[in-house]
Design a protein around this ligand. Structure first.
Ligand SMILES: NC(=O)c1ccc[n+]([C@@H]2O[C@H](COP(=O)([O-])OP(=O)(O)OC[C@H]3O[C@@H](n4cnc5c(N)ncnc54)[C@H](OP(=O)(O)O)[C@@H]3O)[C@@H](O)[C@H]2O)c1
Length: 257
């Protein structure tokens, strides 16, 4: 457990899944956490209530990303909740996957929507956050292993590739302020995004590709994000950490079959 007492954090997409786990962990470490969400108010309120029940501090902020004025809406709620305090930690986590976004079916509208939510929003959220951030702050972007293994959902993979480039470039630009920028790249993790994992056969198939023999839980990723948010990670920037249990390391029985 690291000590984030006195720090503040914004976690986008924190109502469910990995973002919720990140928000819970940062709050458990002592940060005041802004739990951002798009539409699922009940889930966001539940995240905030769970944090508060454990003695942590959090507030919910609603803003649909990928639409006009998304950043203005987000920062109106964020600044109200921060009430004059600066921001220390920004986690760009919210994203969507379009399972129809394959090369034969992808449409311009679906492509634009994924890039607007997964790439444009993190860039302009970060731009808007920087004047609020203290020097020595932390930015963590949540990408995906699909940047190095191929999947049919081509546009989603492209958005995450763009996010990786964004992270490295930003790390270079913000070094002078002592702000670190790192990427956490989850493997196959049990969230609403991966409803297909509820099929035991699919889960077993996935486990066979992972050295540690199981798919991920949101907390497996949240704990890694908390490391980058901590003082322990003070001299790490521009890096990507694959948090995936050893996904696709090679054939489990060797190459000879
Ligand atoms: N699950 C995996 O296996 C996996 C693997 C690799 C990478 N990732 C990445 O990990 C991150 C979290 O994924 P997850 O699996 O936890 O997803 P999830 O369970 O689908 O949750 C997505 C979160 O993002 C928010 N969100 C989505 N679209 C939004 C929009 N247009 N405006 C505002 N908020 C929006 C949702 O808010 P609402 O609740 O309001 O809808 C929700 O809080 C994503 O960046 C994803 O690409 C996930």
């Amino acid at each position: 457990m690291t000590d984030l007492t006195g720090k503040t954090a914004l976690v986008t997409g924190a109502s469910r899944g990995i973002g919720r786990s990140i928000a819970e962990r940062l709050a458990a470490d002592g940060a005041l956490v802004a739990v951002h969400y798009g539409t699922n108010e009940a889930a966001a309120n539940d995240t905030v209530a769970t944090i508060q029940k454990s003695g942590g501090n959090a507030f919910a902020v609603r803003a649909e990303l990928g639409v006009d004025d998304d950043v203005d809406t987000l920062f109106a709620g964020l600044e109200e909740g921060l009430d004059g305090r600066p921001l220390d930690i920004l986690v760009n986590n919210a994203a969507i996957i379009d399972y129809d976004g394959t090369i034969d079916k992808i449409t311009r509208a679906a492509y634009d929507r994924q890039f607007a939510i997964n790439v444009r929003a993190p860039l302009f959220i970060t731009q808007r956050a920087l004047p609020l951030m203290r020097d020595g702050g932390r930015i963590i972007n949540v990408s995906s292993g699909v940047t190095w293994f191929a999947t049919p959902e081509i546009a989603y993979g492209m958005t995450k590739g763009a996010l990786n480039v964004f992270s490295r470039s930003l790390a270079q630009s913000l070094g002078a302020r002592g702000i670190t920028v790192n990427t956490v790249s989850p493997g196959i993790t049990e969230t609403d995004m991966n409803g297909w994992l509820n099929d035991p056969q699919a889960a077993q198939h996935v486990a066979g590709m992972i050295a540690l023999g199981r798919h991920g839980q949101p907390a497996d990723v949240g704990d890694a994000v908390a490391f980058f948010a901590s003082e322990d990670a003070r001299w790490i920037t521009g890096q990507t950490l694959e948090v995936n249990g050893g996904l696709l390391l090679g054939p489990p029985t060797g190459y000879a079959g």
